[in-house]
Design a protein around this ligand. Sequence first.
Ligand code: NOJ
Length: 713
Amino acid sequence: MRKQIFLQDLINRMSMEEKLGQLNLLTGAMDSTGMKNSGDLVPKIRNGTCGAVFNVFTPSATRTLQDVALESPMGIPLIFGYDVIHGHRTIYPIPLGLSCSWNLDLVRRCAQMAGAEAAADGLHWVYSPMVDISQDARWGRVAEGSGEDPWLGSKIAAAMVTGYQGASLAEDGSVVACVKHFALYGAPMGGRDYNTVDMSRGEMEETYFPPYRAAIEAGARTVMTSFNEIDGIPASANRWLLTEKLRTDWGFNGCVVTDYTAVTEMKSHGTSANDADAAKQSLDAGVDMDMVSEVFITELPQLLATGDVCETQINTAVMRVLELKWDLGLFENPYSHCNEEHARTRHLCKENRELSRLAALESVVLLKNESQLLPLTKQGSIAVIGPLADSRRDMLGCWVAAGDEMQACSAFEGICEAVGDRAVIHFAKGCDIQKENDSWLADAKIAASCADVVLLVLGESWQMNGEAASRTNIKLPKCQRKLAAEMLKTGKPCVLITMSGRPLDLSWEDKKFSSILHAWALGTEGGRALADIIFGTAAPIGKLTMGFPRHVGQLPMTYREKSTGRPYDASIQYSSKYLDAPNDALYPFGHGLTYGKFRYGKTVVSSSMMKLDETLTISSEITNLTQHPATETLQLYLRDLVASVSRPVKELRGYERVNLAPGETRLVSFIITSKDLSFIGRDLKPVIELGEFDAMIGPNSKELQAARFTLCC
Ligand code: NOJ
């Protein structure tokens, strides 16, 4: 009540220019995350024509601008935003990597840590989580998301929002989350960033919308529009999306901000003749804040004068922005986040580094370990080779906010630290990341020939994934494969450690190497975590959240595929398949090994019939076949055999991580309700249909044992 009275009174006293100023989000110059810059912010802030700023941080830099804002006619404080994607100062694994932990509490704690570090740096608002589902590893931004699965992606989205926003925005260390990119940004044609998206409504509802919705249900206060079009209408002008779906259907009542210059880009889309047209379309669609285009501020006055937009629309948007500021406590204390002491004590503190190391540990995925080369013992001589082996910057990955590579630990550094003087370590770069240059090769050959074992660290540099970093070829660069071949020729046992921001085509490597460990970009403590795993201080437990294809030509692909009318059969010519590769992934969704072996029992259902209002228990026995404790994540998938709309051949509906003592057998059970069997029906609404289902449990989306049951009334 007090809030409404205060804010309404404020709006009543604001000039139109000041109102539009609240809708104007500008970029500072401390980072560059788009093509246009906003020039000198000070005069705009001083006259009240800028309501929020991003790409400015640190207590002193934000304090300086906040001082200016408080001198503006209405003295309305600024909100400061930033792309805090996987940590702010302490960097944790790229989101795609962290999602492989399948550990929601860890994900939440990482977001909370990032939020608290950001809040200690003058920031109120993080442009995260990115919840775009993607089935296309060519798209560089898969690095920023949580993979291909909408069910798991939804849980991760909610966990991140909870981590950032805490119980209340006014709480110390809480920041506003921004769900992005709304919507469907992860499905650009050909995997090319910013490209057109064309998708059925059914697929939107079933596969792409759930994580955005889950984030909103978890309380996310802001939503960022995507660059792409939906049904031919750019997201930032799409009223069906931003108002009917988001607000009316899903009940969102926070702020919608566009992506960087997305409003003015409608001219390039060819859906607006000019900026005025673009501004009107955006406001009409339900956008509240214009990021960097500055067309709300320049065009809306004239549109108001001609009656093309009305003041109520503007007041509504302004109220949403002001409510956010109020809820952040900014009207009470505009400097609450400008706290040097917090910055000193929170940034890169011991607990944050420890959390980052744990997150890195849980993100690593052991793809293959056929002759059990891993873990290594700390003895003899070990060659650490490869262009990424001693790169701190690449260990941090893309989008590192205020992360500092000088604070990071490379693979080589982590290995040296772990080994101390118990083994001799030889390092050689071997080759460049992408350029052909043989001058490093000879040293690598010498290092390998002197060693008992070779650790080869290959993959993508941080610039090879993320925004505007799509690739048509997702193999390791040619020069790195050449180095790999040379290392194999030495005949030394050789472990391949891959780093990347996307699933790679490792078909060749899979044939040549018996052990492959996938390390993404693990963040500040990456090298130490990797060493823990290499030497068995910790075992790998990550499970892929995006399958690794056999060939780029299979993309887009997902384990949630449909059967089709001509299901895959290698022996049938007219079945749905390729002439030159199988259909499935090389390393499927859910895959990830550990230093242990398990035996899965048969999948058992508590009853062959399940009534609509009943639960069903689905179980499997699992046995640890090794002589040491081991951890496994059991996964439950469901299939609806006959439905009014074709259903995927399997869909993740549960998982459980268990720690098993040596030789231990445990019964693991999942309880489902009929809600777990619902899907998007012909009328695009959730529906539950009676009939037969398969319940499947296993270590990944491929090696599953099924049991059938019938849903009845
Ligand atoms: C463009 C990116 O698409 C978006 O994710 C980011 O938040 C903004 N730039 C702001 O930097």
